[in-house]
Design a protein around this ligand. Structure first.
Ligand code: NAI
Length: 255
């Protein structure tokens, strides 16, 4: 059985991932702002560093997997915060754990991206370029000036997906894997907050997948469990859409 760190463990998809992995017998290290083994704010460099230090202490510098679920949506208190949590809170946490993952026989990671990233595949926003350059101040400045949380959210998910795929290439040489899951609408507090938002609620409600319903958190957790498993040993750098067909609906001819 494995030792697995999960961010965003207190709610929604992260909580479902923990429930499923723990039931399968794995040892979990839960990271969140509250109700977790490690309380850390992944929106700040200090919080990320604390999360890394405490994770390494708990796993004894040997970690089998990390699952990055922590994220904020379009209702976040500031637009820049979306980038700080969804991009830098993922990339810096994983970077800090890479050596510990390399100590495992089969270190792997799963990042929860989003089908929203697809909207920037053809034409990434300058926010995405600043994130991929590792320039948090510049990226957040552009985001806060834009006052466009939906653009920032899509940019954060596009950039974290690209960063994850690049990381998968370098990790592969060490036998380590990294994959991304791109969920569509999933019934969680984040999704509910978006539906209740006067600016975005109508659009979110009208964005319905071909399967005609939103997903359940455990439907994403099942995908995470598979990607971490031995059955997925040749899957690396993939983006697995678990979205009821939304991505196919938006861009059938791009894959
Ligand atoms: P949620 O709001 O239920 O859970 C998010 C968790 O992340 C919470 O426990 C929260 O405390 C934690 N978190 C947020 N900011 C943090 C910070 N600064 N430091 C530490 N922890 C922090 O949301 P949900 O829906 O479960 O989202 C999980 C992931 O799935 C997110 O990355 C989200 O962008 C992504 N996603 C969700 C979709 C949906 O429709 N629910 C669709 C596509 C992607």
């Amino acid at each position: 059985m494995s030792t697995i760190a999960v961010t965003g463990s207190a709610s929604g998809i992260g909580a479902a991932v923990c429930h499923r992995l723990e039931a399968a017998g794995h040892t979990l290290i839960r990271v969140d702002r509250i109700n977790a083994d490690i309380h850390a704010d992944l929106s700040t460099p200090e919080g990320r560093q604390q999360a890394v230090i405490q994770t390494l202490q708990r796993c004894g510098n040997i970690l089998d997997a990390v699952v990055c679920c922590a994220g904020v949506g379009v209702t976040a208190p500031s637009v820049g915060l979306i980038l700080s949590v969804n991009y830098f809170g993922v990339t810096e946490y994983i970077a800090g754990l890479t050596d510990a993952l390399a100590q495992s026989d089969a270190g792997s990671a799963v990042i929860i991206g989003s089908v929203a990233a697809s909207s920037q595949v053809a034409s990434p926003h300058e926010m995405a370029a600043a994130m991929l350059d590792g320039d948090e101040d510049k990226a957040c400045q552009i985001a806060n000036d834009s006052q466009a949380p939906h653009i920032a959210y899509a940019a954060s998910k596009y950039a974290v997906t690209v960063h994850g795929r690049r990381t998968a290439v370098s990790w592969g040489k060490q036998g380590m894997r990294l994959n991304i899951i791109a969920p569509g609408a999933v019934e969680t507090p984040l999704h509910q907050a978006s539906m209740d938002d006067p600016r975005f609620g109508e659009a979110v409600k009208n964005f319905v997948a071909p399967l005609g319903r939103a997903g359940q958190p455990d439907e994403i957790a099942e995908g995470v469990q598979f990607l971490l498993s031995e059955q997925a040993r040749f899957i690396n750098g993939s983006v697995l859409f678990i979205d009821g067909g939304m991505d196919a609906m938006i861009r059938a001819n791009q894959f």
